[in-house]
Design a protein around this ligand. Structure first.
Ligand code: ADP
Ligand code: GLC
Length: 491
């Protein structure tokens, strides 16, 4: 099948979070299943410089953009970068300037990206190739199904799938953006693009795509409820028959302690001896006291409300005070959370090590060197780090939500006895529930001599969250998908 996979980030070209990991891994997994998949990403400066075998293409006459063709680094996956200098050639990240503020023209930038995707989808980009299916990801691509809507254009079109990676980021813009972007005013209704007096790119995708997926079965259920639907639960319930939850996978070429180039010493479930060396190396790198016996807790993530780093601060403070744990964190995001995390490291020198910023080798070193991996996310569509930590023999401590609930089996006495336990999970998302989970984890850790800790670790290390399984699910969905006629939905 000819598939165009569209995303605003892809690992190897540009990355701010898990969307990039998925957008690199899933197309490659589909290619391995002999599908003609091609990836389209905005031509950010970093993406242009990383693209392998880059070659500019002529592009459609009169278009303000052209395509640069190449391969995703290290793979044979064909990539098109939308080279639109006015929109994408800027320093900073894909969505915001270096001061953390969203780019003021994000509506224009990603509507522009959607127009370029639409041109490729309609074979109007000079490629002599037209996809049978377009797989769209998150709000940045949400307008594509609108532009492709045959009820509006009368033209035949490929089928469309829209994947929600995170419902918290909806691409909301003031009402006047409708005009600015040249969108027809009859779409300004609550069953099309209007969301509480704003234009919603996310809603455009949810209403107009032939099918919707999200990245775990539990999150697919949760977002149809008012508590987790971020105001879009009504729209999602109206499309419940077309909504699927497919769990992400892990790229074990990058995330496997037996061949990880970033860690002090490789190890595996058969020979765990290297783990202690990684712990010592991490303690050293993060300025912690080098002590093999004190439990070292790790965390990697964007520092935003979602990830619950404030819960980590609160639950760990008494444990740090009494010297019962050490903490190693890497992340960046909201300034208040960055400052609070920095302050914790200053209060507990030698016990808390923090790096504010994005550091990929350090993320691997934390996965390998920590004894427990903390992920108390308030919500988590899928989450990748908990799956990485399972493979690294670093049991995750998670809030039982979304993809965390689908991948982590709590170490209750029953699950320990039947060998299914692989970590610790708690609910609700409160400091006291996290504290209790940490106490159970520390208890099991200190009783390592009874063998249950190692069993837990080995259960996690032996699990496969393989992309080929997820790719198979996507492929069968692609095959069964029929173009749909739009029905009325309400926000
Ligand atoms: P999300 O997409 O919500 O950020 P995921 O768990 O799906 O969460 O994916 C996060 C990805 O980004 C992982 O690959 C993780 O290792 C990486 N990551 C997040 N923050 C950092 C950081 N500060 N340094 C290095 N890698 C990071
Ligand atoms: C989002 C979610 C995360 C998910 C990732 C990839 O950023 O927050 O849970 O793993 O997308 O799908």
């Amino acid at each position: 099948m000819r598939i165009l996979f569209a995303s605003s980030e892809a690992y190897g070209l540009t990355k701010t979070g898990g969307l990039a990991d998925v957008s690199a891994s899933l197309p490659v997994a589909l290619r391995r299943r002999r599908q003609d998949v091609r990836l389209v990403v905005p031509g950010y400066p970093e993406a242009c410089s990383q693209l392998a075998h880059a070659q500019p293409l002529p592009g459609p006459p009169d278009a303000p953009w052209q395509l640069i063709e190449g391969h995703l680094p290290g793979t044979k996956l064909p990539v098109y970068l939308v080279d639109w200098p006015e929109y994408f050639q800027r320093a900073g990240n894909p969505y915001s300037a270096s001061n953390g503020m969203d780019w003021p023209d994000n509506a224009q930038r990603f509507a522009g990206f959607a127009r370029a995707i639409t041109a490729i989808a309609r074979d109007k980009a000079g490629l002599d190739w037209a996809p049978e299916l377009v797989h769209l990801n998150d709000w940045q691509t949400g307008l594509v199904p609108v532009f492709l809507d045959p009820e509006r254009s009368g033209l035949p079109r490929p089928r469309t799938i829209f994947t929600i990676h995170n419902l918290a980021y909806q691409g909301l813009f003031p009402a006047k953006a409708m005009d600015d972007l040249g969108l027809p005013s009859d779409l300004w209704t609550p069953d099309a693009l209007e969301f509480h007096d704003h234009l919603s790119f996310m809603k455009a995708g949810l209403v107009f795509a032939d099918a919707i997926t999200t990245v775990s079965p539990t999150y697919a259920r949760e977002i149809q409820e008012p508590e987790s639907g971020m105001g879009l639960d009504g729209v999602l319930r109206a499309r419940t028959k077309d909504l699927y939850g497919i769990l992400n996978g892990v790229d074990y070429r990058a995330w496997d302690p037996s061949r990880d180039r970033h860690i002090a010493r490789t190890y595996s479930a058969e020979d765990l001896s290297g783990k202690a060396e990684n712990k010592a190396a991490l303690q050293k790198r993060m300025g912690l006291e080098v002590d093999p016996d004190v439990p070292l807790l790790g965390h990697v993530g964007r520092m935003v409300e979602q990830k619950g780093v404030d819960l980590i601060h609160a639950a760990c403070t008494p444990l740090l005070e009494s010297g019962r744990v050490q903490l190693a964190l890497v992340g960046s995001g909201q300034k208040d959370l960055e400052h609070a995390t920095g302050a914790l490291a200053r209060t507990y020198t030698g016990r808390v090590g923090v790096h504010i910023g994005y550091d990929e080798p350090l993320a691997h070193q934390i996965e390998a060197g920590a004894d427990l991996f903390l992920m108390p996310s308030r919500f988590e569509p899928c989450g990748l780090n908990q799956m990485y930590s399972l493979r690294y023999g670093t049991p995750p401590v998670v809030h039982a939500t979304g993809g965390l609930a689908d991948t982590v089996v709590d170490a209750t006495p029953e699950h320990l006895a039947d060998g299914t336990a692989n970590g610790f999970s708690f609910t609700p998302d409160t400091v006291s529930a996290l504290t209790q989970a940490l106490e159970s984890a520390l208890d099991l850790y200190h009783r390592r001599a009874d063998g249950r800790w190692e069993q837990l670790l080995r259960t996690g290390m032996g699990q496969e969250f393989d992309w080929s399984t997820s790719a198979e699910h996507y492929l069968s969905l692609y095959r069964q998908l029929a173009p749909r006629k739009r029905q009325t939905a309400t926000a």
